[in-house]
Design a protein around this ligand. Structure first.
Ligand code: SAH
Ligand code: SF4
Length: 365
């Protein structure tokens, strides 16, 4: 789709109504179009995809608008069938990753917010590729639609369904902004996209089922609080001292740990919500008992849950993933000494390089 063409995925329901009224069409047709886009998941303006659209509306849409679906450049499925990863093509030839993850009782889409990332975290494949550009709201919405659509085309029944994992064909209910990019570096577009994805008459993703993950962009966290955004927040911590954190997360030099924790406190006080703190476990680097205690001390008194993520190895970083005993010890210390709940993220799709940014790197290489 060319840049001048209106991408309907960029518009909230109200903006779509205003646009159609501006074209002298009825709001009823705007509502119909919205339903075709987000309930029908239509890919074109054709009569098959949108049978009840009046011809004059269809003609105008064909002339001036587009449905900004993203073509699949590459799709891979993990050997266990629970994780599907898409490399999607953008109109300017760039590529981004979107991941579909099936868990017990839920399906989650992991979506990207930028092409590349400017934050440069040393262990992250996206950070290693650098920053190219922000995604538009429509490009973020399109990723969720892509996953929702793929759930509608069930493949052969997976034997895993017997274990209670959400079958293909289930509805998309959860979204995490943990793909490529730093969502709070692209604040406006991300929030606009979330408003569209949350619309109760559309994809209707519940705010509590959407998680925005940030490297710790302090002004962005304060803005989320000031605007009382209802989505969940995850903050990537990885280290509990400024020196250790700055070595892994260069953005920590701009937004030091004490400022970050003050912003997190403000966020929780303002919204009344806990924050998920992410900690990528790297063997011998941040997975010792002392490190676990440093997290406990840092988060004392804050409403928090810790998400431990064993490192996904990447070409540009020499670290190794933590051993499972170290992860268990970490968790045990948080629970027993600090009453801090935590989860160890299941290692998903390791065999298809489903870590952040890894498929794009493999493809480019
Ligand atoms: N930019 C945001 C969201 C995208 S990254 C952020 O940094 O929070 C989502 C999560 O994946 C972050 O917690 C990030 O630290 C983690 N991550 C990135 N690369 C990883 C890797 N190679 N192994 C394990 N976790 C990784
Ligand atoms: Fe960017 Fe997040 Fe990767 Fe850091 S971990 S480089 S912030 S995508």
């Amino acid at each position: 789709m060319t840049a001048e063409r209106l991408n309907l995925y960029d518009l909230t329901r109200e903006q779509l109504r205003v646009q159609l009224v501006r074209w002298d069409f009825s709001p009823v047709h705007a509502a119909l179009l919205w339903n075709y886009l987000y309930l029908g998941l239509a890919e074109t303006f054709s009569e098959v995809a949108m049978p009840e659209l009046p011809p004059k509306v269809r003609a105008r849409l064909i002339a001036e608008a587009g449905i900004g679906g993203l073509p699949t450049a590459l799709a891979t499925e993990s050997s266990d069938g629970f994780t599907r990863k898409y490399l999607l093509g953008l109109a300017d030839g760039e590529r981004i990753e979107t991941v579909l993850m099936r868990f017990k009782g839920r399906v989650t889409a992991c979506v990207s917010s930028q092409v590349g990332c400017a934050m440069g975290c040393v262990f992250c494949a996206t950070g290693q590729m650098g920053y190219t550009r922000h995604l538009t709201p429509g490009e973020i919405v399109a990723q969720a639609v892509h996953v929702a659509r793929s759930l509608r085309q069930p493949g052969p029944p997976a034997k895993s369904n017997l274990l209670g994992y959400s079958p293909l064909g289930a509805r998309l209910r959860n979204i995490v902004l943990m793909g490529m990019g730093e969502p709070l570096h692209n604040y406006e577009a991300v929030m606009h996209a979330l408003d569209i994805l949350r619309d109760e008459t559309g994809l209707a993703i519940g705010a509590e089922r959407i998680t925005v993950s940030t490297v710790g962009v302090v002004p962005g966290i304060l803005r989320l609080a000031a605007e009382r955004r209802p989505e969940s927040l995850a903050v990537s911590l990885h280290a509990a001292t400024q020196a250790e954190r700055a070595a892994l997360v260069p953005a920590a030099r701009k937004w030091p740990l004490d400022e970050l924790m003050a912003a997190c406190r403000t966020y929780s006080e303002t919204t009344g919500r806990r924050i998920f703190y992410e900690w990528t476990l790297i063997e011998g680097k941040n997975d010792s008992a002392e490190h676990a205690r440093s997290v406990g001390v840092l988060l004392k008194g804050l409403p928090a849950q810790v998400n431990l993520i064993p490192l996904n190895p990447t070409a540009g970083f020499a670290g190794a993933p933590t051993r499972s005993e170290a992860a268990k010890r970490f968790q045990k210390i948080l629970a027993e000494e600090f009453k801090l709940p935590s989860t160890v993220r299941q290692r998903r799709g390791i065999d298809i390089a489903a870590g952040c940014g890894q498929l794009a790197v493999a493809e480019a290489g």
